[in-house]
Structures are given as structure tokens and as C-alpha cells.
Design a protein around this ligand. Structure first.
Ligand SMILES: [Zn+2]
Ligand SMILES: [Zn+2]
Length: 181
């Protein structure tokens, strides 16, 4: 179950609404984010790698954006995702973890940075091909750039904070209109 990684990675952009900076723009922030995702290899945050990841993120976000809008992806972005997936052949590993069987796909012969990209591409396909793909939502709060997998059918926001911000803004707008009337 790696799909969460796709949303997390897409959400590494700077977001004005949620007041977060771009994770890929700063080596220290990137390293912290990387370590918080143990399913990814621990790679050193060189400028070249971060540049590569920024273009991967552009593709992942474009695909998620279209999915959230119920539109098909562009063939160019699917092609680029496939180029990342093609870097490795894989084998399956069966494990018995915490009283249940888990089958994991393991990439072969990749450098840590290649594996990093492969895992993000794989997670993106996992998300879109699975049942959660239909629940992908782009937050409706103005200036929020975050994606989220909907937990409730009528969910509109990536977080309660975004929802509150919009409600507060609407409240003040109503007050202002009433005062002006
Ligand atoms: Zn946001
Ligand atoms: Zn939001």
C-alpha cells in the first residue's frame, strides 16, 4: 500500500493557504521529508537530484490534477511516468508481517536515486489504479495546492484548517456585506 506516497509527494509544493514552503527547494527540509518516508531510499539532497524530482513532481501533479477533475491524463505525462517505471524489472517478495501475508514488489538493479523515482511512479499508479483513485480531491480552498484522498463523500478541503479558513472568510464577507447594505 504505497499510494499515500504519491499524494504526499505531490503535496511537497509550497502552499500559500497552508503556509508551507517547497520541500524540494531546501536540502534540509528535503532530508527531513525523505526520512519521514522510510519506504524511500535515503538519498543526499543534491541540486541535480532535487531538479529531477521537481520535474517528476510536475508530471505526478499534472496526472493527479486531471484525475481529480475526472479527466484522462495526457499521453506525454503517462509516457514520462512509464519511462521511470521502465528503469527496473521487479520480483515479488512474500512476507508474513503482523499476522498477515504481504506481497511486495521489489525493483532490481536501481541506484538509490533511480529507486526513489521508481517508488514514487509506482505509488502514483497504485493510487490511480486502485479504488481510491476515484476519491482523489484537489482542495477547493482558494490558493491551496494540496491533494487529498477523500474520507467523506462531500469532503471539499484537504484539512479541517483549510475548511475553517474558508468558513471564516465567508463569515467576514457576510458581515462586511451586511455592514455595507
Ligand atoms: Zn494547502
Ligand atoms: Zn487545502
Amino acid at each position: 500500500m504505497s499510494w499515500g506516497l504519491a499524494v504526499d509527494f505531490a503535496n511537497t509544493v509550497a502552499c500559500q493557504a497552508c503556509r508551507c514552503s517547497d520541500v524540494l527547494s531546501d536540502p534540509e527540509t528535503f532530508t527531513r521529508w525523505n526520512r519521514a518516508h522510510p519506504e524511500l531510499p535515503d538519498v543526499s539532497a543534491t541540486t541535480a537530484l532535487r531538479g529531477d524530482l521537481i520535474s517528476l513532481r510536475r508530471d505526478v501533479r499534472a496526472i493527479l490534477e486531471r484525475q481529480a477533475a475526472k479527466r484522462p491524463p495526457t499521453s506525454a505525462s503517462v509516457g514520462r511516468l512509464n519511462r521511470v517505471l521502465r528503469t527496473s524489472s521487479t520480483h515479488w517478495r512474500a512476507e508474513f508481517v503482523e499476522r498477515r501475508w504481504v506481497l511486495t514488489e521489489v525493483p532490481e538493479g536501481l541506484s538509490p536515486t533511480q529507486e526513489w523515482r521508481w517508488r514514487v511512479a509506482r505509488a502514483t499508479v497504485d493510487l490511480l489504479a486502485g479504488t481510491l483513485g476515484g476519491k482523489l480531491l484537489k482542495c477547493r480552498a482558494p490558493t491551496c495546492d494540496h491533494f487529498v484522498v477523500r474520507r467523506m463523500r462531500d469532503q471539499l478541503w484537504c484539512s479541517p484548517a483549510c475548511g475553517n479558513r474558508v468558513r471564516v472568510a465567508r463569515h467576514y464577507e457576510r458581515v462586511r456585506r451586511r455592514a455595507a447594505a
